[in-house]
Design a protein around this ligand. Structure first.
Ligand code: FHN
Length: 712
C-alpha cells in the first residue's frame, strides 16, 4: 500500500499537480510522498478496516468517567471571534460566517493579523468550568473554516501565525490536568480552507477544485490528529463534526476511529466520526457505525434511551461562536433544569461558551456558569454518577438514581414545589429509608408515609431552591417501581369509534381501568382487550398486583371529531398526478411561493424533485387532490431535508419547516372518505435533499401516499 501511495504522489508531483510549497499555507506531501510529521505506519491507509466495534470491547471501562461526569463545557473559539458575528452591517453570523457571508479566503485571512487574545487565561477558563461543576472541556482545535487553534506543522493557517504566537491548547491541557478536568478536542471533518477538501462551497466559483485529492485531505486530517493526540497529553474525547457532506463516508469514519484509538486507546469518539448520524436528533441510524456516543444538538430526547450513550450539546444563547449582538442567553434556572432533565434520561450535557477574540468568556456566560456552580455545589451528587429515572414521567420534576449496597437512592428534582407540602411518588413498593433535602446541611430526615402504592414525603413550606430542590430518598432492597400503564393507541381522536389499547412492561401486574377521571380500584374493570369508545371519553388506568395497586394512575381523553367533508370533483373530472411548480432560490425556511415566479411547472405523478436544473437552492410546491378510501382520522407525515409543510383542504397539518437534515414531522386531521385538496411545500438549501409524504389512518398502517391516490 505504501508503494502505491508513493506512486500516486510521484505521479502527481511529476505532473506538476503537487509541490512542496505550501498551497494556501498547507504543507502538501513532498516528492517522496511523505507527509511531514507522519510516521511511515501512519502514512498507510489500512489495507482493511477492522471492525471498530472490536475496539469497544473495553467500552464499559473507557466510558465510566464520561458517564459519571454527566456535565461538560463546549468551547467554540477561532478566527470567527474577530468579526464577532458581524459582516457588512449584518450581525446574525457565528462560526459559519465565512460561508454564510460568502467571504472569500483571502478576505477572511485578514482576520488572522487581528486575532491576538491577549486576555486569554487558561487557568481562569478551566477554573470557571470546574466551579460550574463541569468535568470535561471540549474545545475546537479546528472548526469548518479550517483555521487551527493549535500549533500544527501541517498548515500555517493556525494560531501560531497570528500576533498571539503561542498555543492556547498547551495551556488549557495543563490547566485541565491541574484542576482534574478531562481535556478534549472538537475537530471538524469539513474544511473550507484546505485545497484538497471537497466539495467546494457552491458560491466559491473562483476557487477551483482542480487537483484536489480528498484522500490526501484524509491523510492531512490523520496527520493533524496525530499532532493533537501526541502533544497535549491524554485526551478524553475526540468530538468530530462536519461529517455530513457527500465526500465523507462510513469507511473513512471507521478508519479514523481505528487510527485515533491506535494512538490513544482510552479515548472516546462521538458518532459524528461516521456517516450515520440522524441530523440534529443526533443518534445513530440503525446499523450505521456510531462511534462511542450519540450527539443530539440543541435538543433533549423526549425520553431516556436505555442502553444508549448520548450527550446533548447546546448553546447558552443562539450562537456557538462569539456573537457580540446575541444577548438571547438562556436563564441559569432553565439550564439547571435541563441538566436535571438530561441526567434523568441518562445523558450528558455539553454546554457551550463562545469566547471573544480577546480571549474572554462573555459576561453573560460567566454569570450563568457561576449560578450553575452554586446549584451544583449543593446538589451535584444528584447528577454525577447517576442513572436514568425509573419513572417515565413525574408531574413535579425529574428523578435520577444511584444503586447502593442495600437498595437505591432516588434523587427527586422538584421543579414545582407542592403547595400542600406533600410530595407524592407513585408506584414505589420498596420500604422507604431516610429522605432528606440536599440543601439541608444537617440532612434532617423528612417524614415519609405510605398511601397505597405511593410514598408521600412531607416537605417544608418553602422550597430551598426556586429552580430545582433535590430530595434524596433512600429505598431498601431491589427497586420495585411501577409506572402507570401506557396507552398504546396511536390516535387520540376518531371519527366513528376507536379501540384503545393499554400495556405495562411490569411483571405480574394486571391493569384495571375506569371510564372517567376517577382513580381505578381493585373493583374497577379488568383490562383484557382493547376498549371500544364511540363517544368522547376519558379512560383512567392503573396497575395492580395481588389485589393491590402498585402504580399511579394515568388518564387520557379520546375525542370524537367531525370529519372534513370531501370535495366535489371538478366538472371536468380529475386526472392522475399533481400540479407542481419548481422554484430556484436560497431560503432558510419555506418562502411564500405564491409571491415568486416559478422556474418551471407541470404535472408529475407524485412528490418528485423532477424536473429540476440544480442539486441545491431549489423548491417545489405540489397541488392537487388525495383520494381517501374511507372516513377516518388521518395522520400525515413529511420526511424532508430541508424544510417542508403539508396542508389538507387549506388546513395546515404538518410543519416540518426550517434548515435541517432528514427529519420527520406529522399532524392529524379528521377526513371523510373521498377527494381532499392536498398541498406540499418543500425547499432544499445545500447538501442532501429528501422529501417523502406518508399517511396513516385508523384502519391503515403508515405508508407512502400511493400515486394512485393523487390527482388534479
Ligand atoms: O456546523 C456545526 C456548528 O457550527 C457547531 O459546531 C455545532 C456544534 O455541535 N455542530 C455543527 C452543526 O450541527
Amino acid at each position: 500500500m505504501k508503494n502505491r501511495f508513493l506512486f500516486i504522489f510521484i505521479f502527481f508531483y511529476t505532473a506538476g499537480l503537487l509541490s512542496t510549497s505550501a498551497q494556501n499555507g498547507v504543507n502538501l506531501p513532498d516528492a517522496s510522498g511523505k507527509l511531514p510529521f507522519l510516521s511511515p505506519r501512519d502514512q498507510q491507509a489500512p489495507t482493511q478496516v477492522p471492525d471498530p466495534l472490536s475496539l469497544r470491547s473495553d467500552q464499559p471501562d473507557r466510558m465510566e468517567w464520561w458517564r459519571d461526569a454527566r456535565f461538560g463545557m463546549f468551547i467554540h473559539w477561532g478566527l470567527y471571534a474577530v468579526p464577532a458575528g458581524e459582516w457588512k452591517g449584518k450581525t446574525g453570523y457565528g462560526e459559519w460566517i465565512r460561508t454564510s457571508a460568502e467571504i472569500p479566503l483571502e478576505v477572511y485571512d485578514q482576520f488572522r493579523p487581528k486575532f491576538n487574545p491577549v486576555q486569554f487565561d487558561a487557568d481562569a477558563w478551566v477554573r470557571m468550568a470546574r466551579d460550574a461543576g463541569m468535568k470535561y472541556i471540549v474545545i475546537t482545535s479546528k472548526h469548518h473554516d479550517g483555521f487551527c487553534m493549535f500549533d500544527t506543522k501541517l498548515t500555517d493557517f493556525n494560531i501560531m501565525s497570528t500576533p498571539f504566537k503561542h498555543d492556547p491548547m498547551t495551556e488549557l491541557a495543563a490547566a485541565c490536568k491541574k484542576y482534574g478536568l478531562k481535556f478534549c478536542f472538537y475537530h471538524s471533518i469539513m474544511d473550507w480552507h484546505h485545497p484538497d477538501y471537497l466539495p467546494r462551497r457552491e458560491w466559491e466559483k473562483d476557487r477551483t477544485a482542480e487537483g484536489a485529492d480528498f484522500s490526501r485531505y484524509v491523510a492531512y486530517m490523520k496527520a493533524q490528529l496525530k499532532e493533537l493526540l501526541s502533544h497535549y497529553g491524554d485526551i478524553g474525547v475526540l468530538w468530530f463534526d462536519g461529517e455530513w457532506e457527500s465526500t465523507w463516508n462510513e469507511k473513512y469514519g471507521k478508519e479514523i476511529y481505528n487510527y485515533v484509538k491506535s494512538i490513544q486507546p482510552g479515548i472516546l469518539v462521538n458518532n459524528r466520526v461516521g456517516a450515520g448520524r440522524l441530523d440534529m436528533e443526533g443518534l445513530t441510524a440503525e446499523g450505521a457505525f456510531g462511534g462511542d456516543f450519540g450527539t443530539p444538538e440543541q435538543q433533549i430526547p423526549a425520553t431516556g434511551l436505555p442502553g444508549v450513550d448520548w450527550e446533548t450539546c447546546m448553546t447558552m444563547n443562539d450562537h456557538w461562536g462569539y456573537n457580540s449582538a446575541d444577548k438571547n442567553f438562556k436563564p441559569a434556572g432553565e439550564i439547571i433544569r435541563m441538566l436535571a432533565d438530561i441526567a434523568s434520561k441518562g445523558g450528558n450535557y455539553l454546554l457551550n461558551v463562545g469566547p471573544t477574540a480577546e480571549g474572554l468568556f462573555p459576561p453573560e456566560s460567566i454569570s450563568r456558569l457561576d449560578a450553575i456552580g452554586k446549584w451544583m455545589k449543593v446538589n451535584g451528587e444528584s447528577i454525577y454518577g447517576t442513572g436514568a429515572s425509573p419513572f417515565s414521567q413525574l408531574k413535579w420534576g425529574r428523578c435520577t438514581k444511584k444503586l447502593t449496597a442495600t437498595g437505591a437512592i432516588l434523587y427527586l428534582h422538584v421543579f414545582d414545589w407542592p403547595a400542600n407540602g406533600k410530595l407524592v411518588l407513585s408506584g414505589v413498593l420498596n420500604t422507604p429509608g431516610k429522605a432528606y433535602l440536599l440543601a439541608d446541611p444537617g440532612r434532617s430526615p423528612l417524614t415519609v408515609t405510605r398511601k397505597s402504592d405511593a410514598l408521600v414525603i412531607t416537605l417544608p413550606p418553602k422550597a430551598p431552591d426556586p429552580v430545582n430542590s433535590v430530595i434524596a430518598l433512600n429505598i431498601q432492597g431491589k427497586p420495585d417501581l411501577t409506572d402507570p400503564p401506557e396507552f398504546k393507541t396511536g390516535f387520540d381522536t376518531f371519527t366513528d369509534s376507536l379501540f384503545v389499547s393499554l400495556a405495562s412492561d411490569r411483571d405480574r401486574v394486571e391493569i384495571r381501568y375506569n371510564i372517567g377521571k376517577s382513580e381505578p380500584a381493585i373493583t374497577s374493570a379488568l383490562y383484557s382487550n382493547p376498549i371500544l369508545v364511540k363517544a368522547t371519553s376519558v379512560i383512567s388506568a392503573r396497575c395492580f398486583r395481588d389485589g393491590k395497586p402498585v402504580s399511579g394512575t394515568v388518564s387520557k381523553e379520546f375525542t370524537k371529531a367531525t370529519p372534513l367533508q370531501a370535495a366535489t370533483p371538478p366538472p371536468a373530472g380529475v386526472a392522475p398526478g399533481l400540479h407542481y411548480r419548481y422554484f430556484e432560490g436560497s431560503w432558510d425556511s419555506l418562502p411564500d411561493f405564491n409571491t415568486l415566479k416559478p422556474a418551471g411547472e407541470g404535472i408529475i405523478p407524485d412528490f418528485q424533485f423532477t424536473p429540476r436544473t440544480r442539486d441545491d437552492l431549489f423548491g417545489f410546491v405540489y397541488d392537487g387532490y388525495v383520494m381517501l378510501p374511507e372516513t377516518s382520522v388521518c395522520i400525515f407525515y413529511t420526511g424532508s431535508d430541508d424544510g417542508s409543510r403539508l396542508w389538507i383542504d387549506d388546513v395546515p397539518v404538518v410543519n416540518n419547516d426550517g434548515l435541517h437534515g432528514l427529519t420527520e414531522k406529522s399532524g392529524s386531521i379528521a377526513l371523510a372518505g373521498g377527494l381532499h385538496k392536498i398541498r406540499v411545500g418543500f425547499f432544499e438549501r445545500t447538501g442532501s435533499d429528501n422529501l417523502a409524504v406518508f399517511v396513516k389512518s385508523q384502519k391503515m398502517e403508515k405508508m407512502v401516499i400511493p400515486k394512485e391516490w393523487l390527482c388534479h
